[in-house]
Write a protein that binds this ligand. Sequence first.
Ligand code: SAM
Length: 188
Amino acid sequence: MRARASQGRLPHALPYQGSKRAIAGRILRHFPHDVGCLIEPFCGSAAVSVAAAARGFADRFWLNDVNAPLMNLWEDILERPVELGAEYEELWRSQQFDPREFFDQVRDEFNTTHEPRLLLYLLARIVKGSVRYSANGKFNQSPDNRRCGMRPVMMRDNSHPPRAVRDVREHVPARCGARPDLAGLGRI
Ligand SMILES: C[S@@+](CC[C@H](N)C(=O)[O-])C[C@H]1O[C@@H](n2cnc3c(N)ncnc32)[C@H](O)[C@@H]1O
């Protein structure tokens, strides 16, 4: 059975440059309504899948992005949102004494461990969610020093997920991937 979630304010699990959230409604006007599996090959924040889930436009969803740590973060958003929200809150509170120094520590740790909670914190702190990696694959974006990142209560509301993200989870548990070649596969 298809999801029929509220189409009001859509959830926004993570800040991400290039998010299609603002134009998802316009994109979906051109979308067929009888889709079995919606594959979002360059999903980032998965704005189109989230919006499609809210409208019940597909039976199943497959989120894909070449960024493997991002897909591990998506698995946590879908599978353990409560724990992830608590982990984010702990990081957010720990930064208060010296946010810049703390950001650098988290970035170093992320570049070693690729832990999802660390990526969520980094995405919340960088300018406009603009992910940047060095040539040797290290996350090297700087923080937005004017802001301290989304407040935990807001992050929890967003990634705890309201209806549409939950619908994605219910329809495709663990169907997340990091395949750089998926865009070329067409229907699967
Ligand atoms: C502009 S962002 C997409 C934003 C997304 N539409 C949203 O609403 O958040 C582009 C994404 O494509 C991913 N990407 C780039 N090359 C890719 C490839 N060959 N296969 C899969 N994902 C790729 C990047 O990691 C990035 O997350």
